[in-house]
Structure formats: structure tokens, C-alpha cells
Write a protein that binds this ligand. Structure first.
Ligand code: ADP
Ligand code: ZN
Length: 217
């Protein structure tokens, strides 16, 4: 199974990816997580990416494409993968097409999580993440059992720097300008599946199971 999750920041891509990963043995490839890991460990890539990320802007296509070229060829991606946060521009989508072609593999589906801007702002402002394992919490709807401590690994639960309201507005603008053209790109290829992400979060997994049962992915 090779799928792409597209949606505005806060659509629930990370949360969906976690539940899909628990069910299917495919690699969850999140460019955002990979970049944050690079920033944490102070790599060259992390140093270049940091300022863009903090401002809610996109990191340059070249850097992202190089990073993904290597990642898609890793062993754990052989059984399939779920791309979360990539591609994010038409240039990245075209580069991905080229990479897949080189590897003689094809995408099965592109799942678009649709959610209103208001919901995004509301969700992200209350989003909290584990600084170590990446587990996702919500300060209001789903706080960790002990405040500020991850249920899974006991590390510190924090608010991402780019989840501050002014940065959220930037990320939304970037999404509408640069990422939403991908909707038409994949729709034209007949690969797009739209899901209303304002609804219950287990809906995406159910939908994927239906596609799977029908032999569509
Ligand atoms: P979001 O919740 O905004 O989807 P992500 O965790 O996917 O957040 O990404 C965080 C930041 O990392 C983005 O705002 C951007 O700066 C950078 N980033 C992640 N993926 C990409 C990509 N495919 N192209 C360019 N920049 C990216
Ligand atoms: Zn944790």
C-alpha cells in the first residue's frame, strides 16, 4: 500500500497516520518529523531548515526532494508507505513521480483531509506533542494523564513553536497557495479521495479498509 495524506496543517494527518500504521505494516514517512529530528540533532539540513519552519514557511524543494529520495529507498519503505507532509508543492509532486518511476513503483491513493480554517486554528492552538516519541495530544480534548508528561514514554509534552496562532495563519496561507494545487493534480490522475476531516477521526481508517477490501489499494 502506497498512499499520500494531504490536508492543511491541523487536518489530523499525524493522528491518522498513527492509527493507519498500527493497522498496516507500512512506513509512516512524515517530512515534518524528519525535519524536526534534523533540527534537534543539529545536522546541516536542520540548520538550513530551521528558520523556514519557525516562520511557518516551506523548506526549499531541493532539500526536501533530496531527503525523500533517500528515505523512499530505505528498507522499511519496501512494504509500502504513507507519506505525510510530502509532496507539498507541484514541483515536489513532479519530483515524486520521477522517483517512483525510477523505482518502478506506483502510488495507490491520495487521501485529502478537508477541514475548515477555523477548525485548523482551534485544533493547532491546543495541540501538544511529545518532545521525544512524537505522540500527539490535545490540551483540551485529549491531555496526557499527567500534565506535561507523555503517557507512552514519559518524556516532556510541549507545544510546537509553529503552533502559535500567528504562525498557524502563515502555514494556512502557505497551504492555500502552494499545496492546494496538488488537489487538482491528483484529481486529474483519478487518485484523489476526499474525506471530511471535521468528523470523527477513526473514519479515515474505516474508509481505507473499505478501499482495501475492494482491492483498490
Ligand atoms: P503541518 O502540521 O504544518 O502539516 P509538518 O509537521 O508537516 O506540519 O511540517 C512542519 C514544517 O516543516 C512546515 O511548516 C515546513 O516548514 C516544513 N516542511 C514539512 N514538510 C515539508 C515539505 N514537503 N516541503 C517543504 N517544507 C516542509
Ligand atoms: Zn512520548
Amino acid at each position: 500500500m502506497r498512499i499520500i495524506l494531504i490536508g492543511p496543517p491541523g487536518a489530523g494527518k499525524g493522528t491518522q497516520a498513527e492509527s493507519i500504521k498500527a493497522k498496516y505494516p507500512i512506513a509512516h514517512i512524515s517530512t515534518g518529523d524528519m525535519l524536526r529530528e534534523n533540527v534537534r540533532s543539529g545536522t546541516e539540513l536542520g540548520k538550513k531548515a530551521r528558520a523556514f519552519m519557525d516562520a511557518g514557511k516551506l523548506v526549499s524543494d531541493d532539500l526536501i526532494i533530496d531527503m525523500m529520495r533517500a528515505r523512499l529507498r530505505a528498507d522499511d519503505a519496501r512494504a509500502g508507505f504513507l507519506l505525510d507532509g510530502f509532496p507539498r508543492t507541484i514541483a515536489q509532486a513532479e519530483a515524486l513521480d520521477g522517483l517512483l518511476k525510477e523505482m518502478s513503483i506506483e502510488l495507490d491513493a491520495v487521501i485529502l483531509l478537508e477541514v475548515s480554517d477555523d477548525t485548523v486554528v482551534q485544533r493547532l492552538a491546543s495541540r501538544r506533542v511529545c518532545s521525544s516519541c512524537g505522540a500527539i495530544y490535545n490540551a483540551i480534548a485529549h491531555p496526557p494523564k499527567i500534565e506535561g508528561v507523555c503517557d507512552i514514554c514519559c518524556s516532556k509534552v510541549i507545544q510546537r513553536d509553529d503552533d502559535k496562532e500567528s504562525v498557524i495563519r502563515n502555514r494556512l496561507a502557505v497551504y492555500h497557495e502552494q499545496t492546494s494545487p496538488l488537489i487538482e493534480y491528483y484529481d486529474k490522475k483519478g487518485m484523489l479521495h476526499r474525506i471530511d476531516a471535521n468528523v470523527a477521526k477513526d473514519f479515515v481508517l474505516k474508509y481505507l479498509e473499505t478501499l482495501n477490501a475492494a482491492g483498490n489499494v
